[in-house]
Design a binder for this molecule. Structure first.
Ligand SMILES: Nc1ncnc2c1ncn2[C@@H]1O[C@H](COP(=O)(O)OP(=O)(O)O)[C@@H](O)[C@H]1O
Ligand code: SF4
Ligand SMILES: [Mg+2]
Length: 332
């Protein structure tokens, strides 16, 4: 095949993202063939930006087109009346992202805000249970999917409403992306002060999908636990936010110490200081420590909002302070 034809074919299929132009006048026939090897062909670019793991690194003009596409416009329209969209990110599963999301949402609602939660953890959708609305069902109305409303008017959108708890579903990449789209573009969120997004763990493609789709995230809260091992994943999640241009409000150190209810002695079961170190290293604010408190866990299993039931506990007071700092950051 003629080289020009080959190059045209690759270009038409979108497989060339960059071409090193070579002035033909400078080349003798002898070297022309070698120089063609200097064309930078990236075979992995399919121009399907919605499915591309290089989305945040990519500098191709084609990438920018994605924002003009219909689905992105739909996302913008669906979320247009939400004042502040905040992602709750973190390291591995089990560090307390969901329990922090649920309790921050209720703390904001206790301050009179209209709050919704988008539970994006498809493999571990726990928000409905934590907020006692697990028997709720998403309904479809004239203007899209209607969220389930729970305590203090906190609205929830979650895959947990669609899957029975004994059901195990293996999700393929495209299905996950479609579900992400569905929950972002076709929900009737209405007028809200806050949307908290309970993000999937780490920096998986699910996490990227959410950051790609949700227009103008106000910021992210990073949840970690004190021990060193969890910092690595939390650090990556923080870096993903940076890459996606999402400001980081700061770091919460969850499970930070435990006060024995019998003798009152404070014990740092999971070590201490990891969250603060991460905040320093990433040059973002440290939002506070939430101690281990068996009542937190019990409340979330029972579906009772802990911050409302035990507002004077150390954990609830610290959570309220976190929420106050976020509001302050947003100009409240
Ligand atoms: N500060 C805490 N005190 C007591 N239990 C906690 C605390 N933080 C989280 N837990 C418990 O740890 C488990 C994991 O929390 P979860 O929010 O589901 O984590 P993630 O969403 O990061 O996977 C839950 O059972 C929760 O009740
Ligand atoms: S983001 Fe789009 S243009 Fe960039 S490499 Fe991926 S598919 Fe290609
Ligand atoms: Mg979770």
């Amino acid at each position: 095949m003629d080289t020009r034809e080959l190059v045209k074919g690759l270009k038409d299929r979108g497989e060339i993202v960059e071409i090193v132009e070579i002035g033909e006048e400078n080349l003798s026939d002898k070297y022309a063939e070698q120089d063609i090897l200097a064309i930078n062909v990236d075979m992995s670019c399919t121009l399907r930006c919605e499915n591309c793991e290089k989305f945040f690194d990519c500098r191709s003009p084609a990438r920018m087109e994605i924002y003009q596409r219909r689905r992105m416009t739909q996302a913008r329209d669906a979320m247009t009346n939400i004042k502040h969209k905040i992602a709750v990110v973190g390291g591995k599963g089990g560090v307390g992202k969901s329990i922090m999301t649920a309790n921050m949402a209720v703390s904001l609602a206790m301050r009179g805000r209209k709050v919704s939660i988008l539970d994006q953890d498809f493999d571990g959708a726990t928000i409905p249970k934590m907020l006692g609305v697990e028997n709720g069902r998403l309904k479809i109305g004239d203007s899209g999917i209607v969220p389930v409303e729970g305590f203090l008017g906190v609205q929830v959108v979650s895959m947990g409403f669609l899957l029975a708890s004994e059901e195990v579903l293996t999700w393929f990449h495209d299905m996950r992306r479609s579900a992400t789209e569905e929950f972002i573009c076709h929900v009737n969120y209405g007028h809200r002060d806050f949307l908290l997004i309970d993000m999937p763990p780490g920096t998986s493609s699910d996490a990227m999908n959410v950051m790609e789709y949700i227009p103008e995230l106000a910021g992210a809260v990073v949840v970690t636990i004190p021990s060193d091992v969890s910092q690595n994943v939390a650090r990556k999640a923080t870096l993903l936010c940076r890459k996606a241009g999402v400001p980081v409000f700061g770091v919460i150190e969850n499970m930070s110490g435990y006060v024995c209810p019998k003798c009152g002695e404070a014990v740092n079961i999971l070590s201490t200081g990891g969250g603060e170190n991460l905040a320093k290293e990433m040059d973002v604010p440290f939002l506070g420590r939430i101690p281990l408190d068996p009542r937190l866990s019990k409340c979330s299993d029972e579906g009772t909002p802990f911050v409302y039931k035990f507002p004077d506990s150390q954990a609830a007071r610290n959570l309220m302070q976190v929420v106050e700092q976020i509001e302050k950051n947003l100009g409240y």
